[in-house]
Design a protein around this ligand. Structure first.
Ligand SMILES: [Zn+2]
Length: 317
């Protein structure tokens, strides 16, 4: 068999081998580390890019990406796997939620990025140009942040290109998480991928700063399922039917203070139902949160601390 070489970000990897390197990158005058694995299968096949740690405290995806890089056997792999387990090292190292240092932007609202923008915009641009654009399929691993619990689901970004949307849907179904939300979050990784014609899935597992083995294994199983569906690995995992949701409705705090949730993730709620309350710093009630629509609680902030404008929870339907 002829030797193929896959080159990316100065890293050259021959078929049947793997590379692992921590890249030193500088954006807007700030240096950052970027761990990268390239696994070049002995046999030819598609190129799949997997990013995790776009939000640096969503640990299940980060650990699952590390695990996949470790356990995948290049002798049996068809195609090339490019794995970036900690895409936002500045937020991972600082355990930052939502917004990453040094420019305090949500990296997952900065895609496809800007080469002359702020740190996060340049990082997004680098990830998009060097990694995502090279992909035949793209998987981005997330979860609840340090302060959030969540229900298991995948999101696909609907582009209006039926053939492309169908491929994203098939990947998400093969990933096997119980719900699939079909909507576009502008500036997100998968929105930029979709606009570039690349099928993509954003998977959400775990939260609250924890990474229990059951959640990590669930994410690894999902990755295996998705890779198997496009012929990169051989696998027969039984897939349960998934539920499709067309919207995610976010509820936000109108006050600084304390948040007392009155629902759980995964709970079915009806429009108008009280799902939480907020008090000021003296314990006086200042806001009652009610479900905006009938649906399922998908995200829930679980910290007592809440700030004006922060998300409280989301309801999917
Ligand atoms: Zn995230």
């Amino acid at each position: 068999m002829s030797i193929r070489t896959f080159s990316i970000a100065g890293l050259s990897t021959e078929s049947g081998t793997r590379s692992a390197q921590v890249l030193d990158l500088t954006f807007a005058g700030v240096s950052t580390k970027f761990p990268l694995f390239v696994l070049c299968g002995e046999q030819s096949g598609p190129t799949v890019v997997i990013t995790a740690g776009i939000h640096g405290a969503e640990y299940v995806g980060i650990e699952a990406a590390m695990r996949l890089a470790k356990v995948t056997n290049v002798a049996e792999l068809r195609g090339t796997l490019v794995i970036a387990p900690v895409s936002s090292m500045t937020s991972f190292a600082k355990r930052a939620i939502y917004l990453a240092p040094p420019d305090n932007k949500n990296l997952n609202r900065c895609f496809p990025g800007q080469s002359d923008g702020s740190f996060a915009e340049q990082l997004a641009n680098w990830i998009f140009e060097n990694l995502i654009k090279r992909a035949d399929a793209y998987l981005d691993l997330h979860g609840g942040d340090l302060n959030e619990a969540l229900e298991l689901f995948s999101i696909i970004s609907i582009t209006g290109n039926a053939a492309l949307d169908d491929r994203s849907m098939q990947l998400a179904a093969a990933f096997g998480l119980p719900s699939i939300i079909t909507s576009e979050v502008k500036g997100s990784t998968i929105s930029a991928a979709g606009r570039a014609g690349i099928p993509a899935v954003l998977a959400e597992v775990g939260g609250q700063g924890m990474w229990p083995e059951t959640d990590v294994q669930l994410m690894v199983d999902g990755l295996h399922g998705a890779l198997a569906s496009i012929g990169m690995v051989t696998l027969t995992l039984e897939r349960k039917p998934t539920r499709i949701m067309e919207q995610m409705n976010w509820l936000r705090s109108e006050n600084d203070g304390m948040f007392y949730p009155k629902c759980k993730v995964g709970e079915t709620v009806v429009k108008g139902q009280i799902v939480g309350s907020i008090t000021d710093y003296l314990g006086n009630p200042v806001q009652t949160a009610t479900a905006p629509i009938d649906g399922t609680v998908m995200f829930l902030v679980t910290t007592l601390a809440i700030n004006k404008g922060d998300p409280l929870l989301s309801v999917g339907a």
